[in-house]
Design a protein around this ligand. Structure first.
Ligand code: NAD
Ligand code: TYD
Length: 348
């Protein structure tokens, strides 16, 4: 819907204080001058206002601390006249979902349904569900996930994301709700919480702390720079066909162990920092994305090759030590110390 103060469109971003959400808010404020962003985030352990440093509150941007499950709050925000929703807010870490799934079901499933119902009532014009390739399960040595690959999630995290996708699909089918679903492969880049593979390994290596590689380290992920994810999401929000799913990927398959070695070599640190620890339960072996649909329909292409993307990402963590040291010295550290101590012990 039209916004009087900016003359443009209001976009509600959920989870905009997390890794991808914050990168998307930054991208949108720079690249879409006609958008006004309302950022709704609960600030869980993964939400961090420092990810949004330098962004001023004003006519084009507003931060609201709150829970996507709070229907009254969501109704109030949508009553301001929202054109589109980009729904990032989620519990996002597989290992945490294996420890305890409750928050994943609450936020990822119930939270999504609250947003759908509120958005239908407010007649929001576009709704983008930011999903993941993990809903497709695991691949063998060959093949790629396409949009028609049957869903076969293997972790509580991916099962909760798949359930949310099904609710979005049902709302489109039943009510003609103008929803789109994106399913992206693993992202990397600035502001990623250092519990995920790449920032964990970079920051541990910088601190000369052991790098915990699960199992043999030969699991494969298809890595995409977060800024390429942002341009894909904008293309889907603006030009995608409602009711459709769009896969997003970088065609950049890498084994975990090769990424870890590359990081150590870029930082001039020895391979002796690598520790093979107990594998993740139910660990998916390989993800690979066929992104030909978004490429041909929406003319999207990734712009950042992995070699330069990983180099600039490592440099970002080198130049922003205060950002990750603050996180790593915070409350969440107890969780890691416990988890990694248990994995190391079991692997002995
Ligand atoms: P993240 O964990 O870094 O950030 C999640 C954000 O959501 C945090 O700011 C958190 O405070 C907020 N949040 C959590 N629960 C909330 C609630 N109930 N109400 C309001 N806000 C809440 O996650 P991310 O890596 O930036 O991922 C964002 C989205 O993209 C997720 O939906 C994830 O499933 C999806 N995704 C991530 C990747 C990846 O590689 N990281 C790849 C594909 C898709
Ligand atoms: P992660 O960043 O958690 O993303 P996802 O599980 O959603 O793909 O993990 C990426 C890969 O790295 C995955 O195969 C698990 C592996 N991994 C490790 O080997 N060690 C670690 O400490 C972490 C966090 C992940």
């Amino acid at each position: 819907m039209h916004n009087e103060s900016t003359g443009g469109l209001t976009v509600l971003v959920t989870g905009g204080a997390g890794f991808i959400g914050a990168n998307f808010v930054r991208w949108a404020l720079a690249e879409r001058p006609e958008w006004r962003i309302v950022n709704l985030d609960k600030l869980t352990y993964a939400g961090n206002l420092e990810n949004l440093d330098g962004i001023e509150e004003g006519a084009r941007y507003r931060f609201v601390r709150g829970d996507i499950r709070d229907r009254q709050l969501v109704d109030r925000l949508l009553a301001e006249g929202v054109w589109g929703i980009v729904h990032f807010a989620a519990e996002s870490h597989v290992d945490r979902s294996i420890e305890s799934a409750t928050e994943f079901l609450e936020t990822n499933i119930v939270g999504t349904q609250v947003l759908i119902e509120a958005a239908r009532k407010a007649q929001v014009a576009r709704y983008l569900q930011v999903s993941t390739d993990e809903v497709y399960g695991s691949l063998g040595a060959e093949g790629k996930f396409s949009e028609t690959t049957p869903l076969a999630p293997n972790s509580p995290y991916s099962a909760s994301k798949a359930a949310a996708d099904m609710l979005v699909r049902a709302a489109f089918h039943t009510h003609g709700f103008p929803a789109l679903i994106s399913r992206c492969s693993n992202n990397y880049g600035p502001y990623q919480f250092p519990e995920k593979l790449i920032p964990l390994m970079v920051t541990n290596a910088m601190s000369d702390v052991a790098l915990p590689v699960y199992g043999d380290g030969c699991q494969v992920r298809d890595w995409l720079h977060v800024s390429d994810h942002c341009t894909a999401l904008a293309a889907i929000l603006e030009r995608g066909r409602p009711g459709e799913v769009y896969n997003i990927g970088g065609s950049n398959e890498m084994k975990n162990i090769d990424i870890v070695r590359l990081i150590l070599s870029a930082l001039g640190k020895p391979d002796t920092l690598i520790r093979h620890v107990t594998d993740r339960l139910g660990h998916d072996r390989r993800y690979a994305i066929d992104s030909s649909k978004i490429q041909s329909e929406l003319l999207w292409r990734p712009q950042i090759d992995f070699e330069s993307g990983i180099r600039s990402t490592i440099q970002w963590y080198q130049e922003n030590t205060r950002w990750w040291r603050n996180i790593k010295s915070g409350d969440y550290q107890g969780y890691y110390d416990r988890m990694y101590a248990a994995r190391l012990e079991a692997a002995r």
